[in-house]
Design a protein around this ligand. Structure first.
Ligand code: NAD
Ligand code: TYD
Length: 363
């Protein structure tokens, strides 16, 4: 059997593919458009692995995805592909609408066509291979669709009202609604996960944690937006991967599962934790703390104040819990970036993708 993963050269997708092939020998078809965020270097260890089949392509390309489906007959499609960075969505929302909304729509239609042509039941029809009953479409989404919480409000449950505030979260909210509609209307067997902020190896250094590590080591300012008291709920990426595997295997069709790490932290605490670990592992030549590089900068427009995930449902119904605390996860993460100066410098220099130099300047 096989699964098809979209966006598998990005941060979470590549961690998922690596993790999947450590757990099972099931073939992974990986389709990724290789935008600025897609990096095949993340998957370097799979270069000669016949269980991983990479195709450069767009989720909106129905012809390509249709061919991959009909030729390889995967038992599941996991949709990680997205434009994922809030700041970029503020400066250029169009790509977010194109991939997250239209791309998801085209993917759903292509997958529906494939699914409708599968045998209904492998048991009843006495066949081996994939069938409609066993097929799943798993859509990976974010807690940002629920909007912003005040300090004392209860954490987001799966029934929390959708109230997205950024072009990114609005586009992900739209994609979630499309996925729901394809289940309600056409019966496509979907599952949706809404996860809190991830961190860990291979995260592009535009997001808070890798950006702070990379800038600190380069002697650059550590830009904290506004007062730095915005709260995010952090989940180590490998815990996210194990949750997705669990939802794929045991989740109830049509259901939504929130995934979180029970790690609410203000941004400034995160930056302080990173500085303390860097002070410990790689002291500055002048022996002063990396904290001295913290710089307060203008706040992000429409900046959500607080996210917090109530992950009781996935714990209760699917028996999933994160294994890392923030303290253990951030230690591993800082160590990983210190051990991979090659990975960082290839991104900063643009060597992993020549054209990035003309598109974006990393601060
Ligand atoms: P990422 O930006 O690191 O990776 C996205 C990947 O999708 C890239 O490899 C990119 O090349 C690919 N891609 C973009 N447009 C595509 C298209 N049209 N067709 C095919 N591939 C395309 O993102 P990430 O952080 O790995 O996030 C993965 C998913 O998880 C996203 O759907 C995101 O909304 C969701 N999510 C992320 C977080 C987080 O903290 N990073 C939290 C919750 C949910
Ligand atoms: P980010 O990693 O962009 O994730 P998201 O916006 O999806 O939560 O940002 C996490 C938090 O860190 C968010 O509140 C914005 C803040 N932030 C900074 O203060 N400085 C930065 O340079 C970045 C990238 C983010």
């Amino acid at each position: 059997m096989a699964i098809l993963v979209t966006g598998g050269a990005g941060f979470i997708g590549s961690n998922f593919v690596l993790d999947w092939l450590k757990q099972t020998d099931e073939l992974v078809l990986n389709v990724d458009q290789l935008t600025y965020a897609g990096n095949l270097e993340n998957l370097a260890e799979l270069k000669d692995d016949v269980r991983h089949y990479f195709t450069k392509g767009d989720i909106a390309d129905s012809h390509l995805i249709g061919l991959l489906l009909s030729e390889n007959r995967p038992r599941a499609v996991l949709n990680f592909a997205a434009e994922s960075h809030v700041d970029r969505s503020i400066h250029g929302p169009e790509d977010f609408i194109r991939t997250n909304v239209l791309g998801t729509f085209h993917l759903l239609e292509t997958v529906r066509n494939y699914w409708q042509n599968l045998p209904v039941s492998a048991v009843k029809e006495k066949i081996t291979g994939v069938c409609q009953e066993e097929f799943r479409f798993l859509h990976i989404s974010t807690d940002e669709v629920y909007g912003s919480l005040t300090k004392n409000e209860a954490a987001f449950t799966e029934t929390h009202r959708y109230e997205p505030n950024s072009p990114y979260s609005a586009s992900k909210a739209a994609s979630d609604h499309l996925v729901r509609a394809w289940h309600q209307t056409y019966g496509l067997p979907v599952l949706t996960t809404n996860c809190s902020n991830n961190y860990g190896p291979y995260q592009f250094p535009e997001k808070l944690i890798p950006l702070m590590i990379v800038n600190a080591l380069a002697g650059k300012p550590l830009p904290v937006y506004g007062d730095g008291q915005q709260i995010r709920d952090w989940l180590y990426v490998k815990d996210h991967c194990s949750a997705i595997r669990r939802v794929l295997e045991a989740g109830k069709i049509g259901e939504v599962y929130n995934i979180g790490g029970w790690n609410e932290k203000p941004n400034l605490d995160i930056v302080h934790a990173i500085c303390a670990l860097l002070d410990e592992f790689r002291a500055r030549p002048d022996n002063r703390s990396y904290r001295e590089q913290i710089t307060y900068v203008t706040d992000r427009p429409g900046h959500d104040r607080r996210y917090a995930i109530d992950a009781h449902k996935i714990e209760r119904e699917l028996n999933w819990k994160p294994t890392e605390t923030f303290e253990t996860g951030i230690r591993k993460t800082v160590q990983w970036y210190l051990e991979r100066p090659d990975w960082i410098s290839n991104i900063i220099s643009g060597n992993y993708r020549e054209w990035i130099k003309t598109q974006y300047t990393l601060i």
